[in-house]
Design a protein around this ligand. Structure first.
Ligand code: S3P
Length: 448
């Protein structure tokens, strides 16, 4: 069965009393995907603690199992991956279904580009709309061949190159997925593959490749970007990993705590990689009481506890160059902006149109359905804040997008009348236990 079939689960969030408590949000999605992928390409056994067990990561694990890696969950909650070694993946005997996950699809295409096998990939109704041309183009230059639907959409077939050509490639958009796909394909090339990113994007692939013994250099550019070079055909050796809590998931209880008066929420051991933390800087600029404690390094990634207290917010201009470091957080930032006094201007956010949904459109219509004035253009959005009184009362269409669902449930916790999301089931892709976690802090989210 190719379609992701799930029961539609409408949820409603109502105005809540203060949110109080300490809660650990699930493991980082980006790092979890990469731990399964690099673990599968390494020689030996990788043990992973804190892996996100959301549907997206489980789709990645299923794909690598289908290609020969042994991936298991143990009673103590850790996962192990017994890798097949670089170049050792076997042809899967069925279509790989990547569900809702763009990261799985694009990074796996990079890995498959360096394996001379043929694979067929598909995904759910959301993923089948998303552009794959952005990886097909550079991976095609490296010698892989693709047959895809019109516009480079899934389902598609890929046949990896016998001899991978190393390339130098300047990213046409700020995308860690495209960067990672090329670097992963470059692992099987004879020679060096270079990616130039003019805006820094999340660097988990680079960090983890180093952790597994890969040879990768990152040279900062004058424009703030990076030139990243990977040496092909390294020996990747299994290495244990600890996955930090996901800052993109922490964003939801953090914004909820910032908006609900009297709240105080602590989120322990959240990933603080600076390519990911733009939202927290933005909330601080808006006047939110956000502080950090217990800063440490875990598994090559910085972590800290985040403490958020409720208070007043003011609208600001979010710098466009900050967008890649908070690209997944704009939907929930828009909710904070609706609550703030004055307008919040967000620019340089065209990439939101090609996420799990067209998030610019989905956010704007969700805000309007709940009485908020919003203006949008191709790559910008202005939210007119109410200074605290969000009318609410609307039903938000989530378009199979977990972050749209969670953002508007957060809005419902402070709105004058409850906010309904038409389907909360996609939350399982990234944040299993979201409703219970928010309700455990004092929130009011229920099935309708
Ligand atoms: C991701 C990169 C980002 C982000 C996505 C996860 C990754 O996508 O939106 O949720 O793990 O590399 P883009 O590369 O399309 O910006």
């Amino acid at each position: 069965m190719l379609e992701r079939v799930h029961p539609v689960r409408p949820l409603r969030a109502s105005q809540s009393g203060k949110l109080i408590g300490t809660v650990r949000v699930p493991g980082d999605k980006s790092i979890s995907h990469r731990s399964i992928m690099l673990g599968s390409l390494a020689v030996g056994r990788t043990t992973i603690s804190g892996l996100l067990e959301g549907e997206d990561v489980l789709a990645t694990a299923a794909a690598f199992r289908a290609m020969g890696a042994k991936i298991e969950k143990h009673e103590d909650g850790t996962w192990t991956v017994d890798g097949v070694g670089l170049g050792g993946l076997a042809e899967p005997d069925d279509v790989l279904n990547m569900g809702n996950s763009g990261t799985s699809a694009r990074l796996i295409l990079g890995i498959l580009a360096g394996h001379p096998i043929t694979c067929f990939l598909t995904g759910d109704g959301s993923l089948r709309k998303r552009p794959m041309g952005r990886v097909i183009d550079p991976l095609g230059r490296m010698g892989a061949t693709f047959t895809s639907r019109d516009g480079g959409r899934l389902p598609l077939a890929v046949t990896g190159a016998e001899e991978v050509m190393p390339i130098d490639y300047e990213l046409p958009m700020a995308s860690a997925q495209v960067k990672s796909a090329i670097l992963l394909a470059g692992l099987n090339a004879r020679g060096q593959t270079t990616v130039i990113e003019n805006k820094p994007t999340r660097d988990h692939t680079e960090r983890m490749l180093t952790h597994f013994g890969g040879k990768i250099t990152v040279e900062p550019l004058d424009n703030g970007g990076n030139r990243i070079t990977v040496v092909g055909q390294p020996e990747l050796t299994a290495a244990d990993l600890v996955v930090p809590a996901d800052p993109s998931s922490a964003a939801f209880p953090a914004v909820a705590a910032a908006l609900v008066p009297g709240s105080e929420v602590t989120l322990p051991a959240v990933g603080m990689n600076e390519t990911r933390t733009g939202l927290f800087a933005t909330l601080q600029e808006m006047g939110a009481d956000v502080t950090f404690a217990n800063e440490a390094i875990e598994g090559g990634e910085p972590i800290a506890d985040i403490i958020v207290k409720g208070g007043k917010l003011k609208g600001i201009e979010v710098p466009a160059e900050r967008a890649p470091s908070m690209i997944d957080e704009y939907p929930v930032l828009a909710v904070a902006a609706a609550f703030a006094e004055g307008k919040t201007v967000m620019t340089g956010i065209g990439e939101l149109r090609v996420k799990e949904s067209d998030r610019l459109e989905a956010v704007a219509s969700g805000l309007r359905a709940n009485g908020i004035t919003v203006e949008t253009g191709d790559d910008w959005m202005i939210v007119h804040g109410t200074g605290g009184k969000i009318p609410g009362g609307g039903t938000v269409v989530t378009h199979l997008d977990h972050r749209i669902a969670m953002s508007f449930l957060v809005m419902g916790l402070v709105a004058e009348t409850p906010v309904t999301v038409d389907d909360g089931e996609p939350i399982e892709t990234s944040f299993p236990g979201f409703v219970e976690l928010i309700n455990g802090l004092g929130g009011k989210i229920a099935a309708t």
